[in-house]
Design a protein around this ligand. Sequence first.
Ligand code: ADP
Length: 270
Amino acid sequence: KDGVYLEIQTTLYDKNDHLIFVRDVTRLHLLEQMRKDFVANASHELKTPLTVIKGYLETLELFKDSLPASMQKGIVNMSEQSERMEQLIEDLLLLSRLESDDKREENQWYKVTDLINAITKVTNLILTDKHKVTLDIPSDARLYGSYKELYSAFSNLVVNAVKYSPDGGDILIKWENNEFNGVFSVKDNGIGIEPRYIPRLTERFFRVDKGRGSKTGGTGLGLAIVKHVLLHHDAKLQIRSQPGFGSTFSCHFPAHRTRTDTIPAITSNN
Ligand code: ADP
């Protein structure tokens, strides 16, 4: 852990010779570790004062009706913003956990339908009749991984499809198996994304429309979480989108995580 970190690169020099480049990246590695520790500690430290603020807000809400309208509005606003802050802290802590290799979640086999049903149940508030959601997931689809992590990744994709498409929009949540992959995808017919932004979407806090954050309520960390969860599951994220027509986010899992013929025992977890 405290050793020297080297980056080694080889290139073909001419027919028979290779050039080998060796770079000492120990300092870079240490700085990166300091950044990760700082984010994890800061997020953790922010939790305590926020819990106190939320506690007092809950008490204030009990007396809301006897207060002037302007104060009532203020209380609603403060509650919404503290919920947002809580979500932000939770997302930062989750990202820190995903980045630290020593705190890995246990892997198990899951039924994809169990996972998706749990997500659509919890997100029911926003998956109201405003959107037409279609599930196309074979009952025998299985996935080997961490339930918690996969739940976060898939729910971020589902919530985004809802957030970035208009009322009445169609959302298709699908699982497909082919010879090499199991593919989970979420398709919407919403606002879409310009091609030049697609490579940046999984960066922390990157948003196509900087002003939308407060309206849509996201933290700007959802797709960064998706990227890290997929890395843990040997999977790849594919984004296809057309501005004005919609987007499809697909997660491609390798056969050893989706092929039912390698399953020792199926565990269903809700
Ligand atoms: P946010 O909390 O802002 O939704 P995400 O990391 O989940 O953060 O997404 C990053 C950005 O990618 C969003 O702000 C939005 O601009 C864009 N985006 C994500 N999903 C979609 C989608 N389904 N349709 C259009 N744009 C999307």
